[in-house]
Ligand binder design. Structure first.
Ligand code: FES
Length: 160
C-alpha cells in the first residue's frame, strides 16, 4: 500500500497526514520525535510512519505548550503514559490536574511580580538593593550587605 493510499481512518499515518490533522508542521513533528515526545517507525522506503495514537499525543503537546509548560516537562509527563495505546480522557485528566497546579504557581508568581511592578512605575532606579524586580527573591539578604560568593552547596547551607 502506498503512503498516498493510507487514509487518516487507517492505523498508519504519514508525517504529512499527522501534520494536516494536528496543524503542526512536519518539522515540529520531527523535533517532537527527536525529544522523545512522539515516536514513529520507518517503512521499507525509509519514510516515517505514525500510529493513530500520535494524534492525541500531539494534541496534548499543543495544549500543554499553550499553557506555557516546558517541552521537557511535557516529555516527562508523556513518558508516564503507555506508548502502546491512545491517551485516554483519564490520562488527560491526570496530566491536566498536574499542570493546573503548575499554572497556579506561575499565576501566583506573576501576580506578585505585577504587584511589585506597581512600585517601579515612574521610578526607574533599577537598584539592586531596593528594586524587587532586580533581585526578586533577595536570596542573599540574610548573609548581610555587600557581594556574596555562592557555593554549590548554598541551598543546603541555608537550610541548616
Ligand atoms: S525601578 Fe526603582 S524600585 Fe524598581
Amino acid at each position: 500500500m502506498s503512503s498516498q493510499n493510507v487514509s487518516v481512518k487507517g492505523k498508519v499515518l504519514t508525517v504529512g497526514q499527522v501534520a494536516k490533522r494536528t496543524g503542526v508542521a512536519a518539522s515540529a513533528l520531527r523535533f517532537y520525535e527527536s525529544r522523545g515526545l512522539i515516536s514513529s517507525w520507518r517503512n521499507d522506503g525509509g519514510q516515517r510512519r505514525y500510529s493513530r495514537e500520535v494524534l492525541r499525543r500531539v494534541s496534548i503537546i499543543k495544549t500543554a505548550q499553550r499553557l506555557g509548560i516546558k517541552l521537557s516537562d511535557i516529555a516527562d509527563a508523556l513518558a508516564t503514559l503507555p506508548r502502546s495505546r491512545t491517551p485516554t480522557p483519564s490520562d488527560w485528566q491526570q496530566l491536566s490536574r498536574h499542570w493546573q497546579q503548575h499554572l497556579d504557581r506561575r499565576i501566583e508568581k506573576l501576580t506578585l511580580l505585577r504587584d511589585e511592578l506597581d512600585g517601579c512605575i515612574g521610578c526607574g532606579c533599577l537598584s539592586l538593593e531596593v528594586c524587587p524586580l532586580q533581585n526578586p527573591d533577595d536570596v542573599a539578604a540574610d548573609a548581610g550587605p555587600g557581594p556574596i560568593m555562592f557555593s554549590d552547596d548554598w541551598d543546603e547551607e541555608q537550610a541548616e
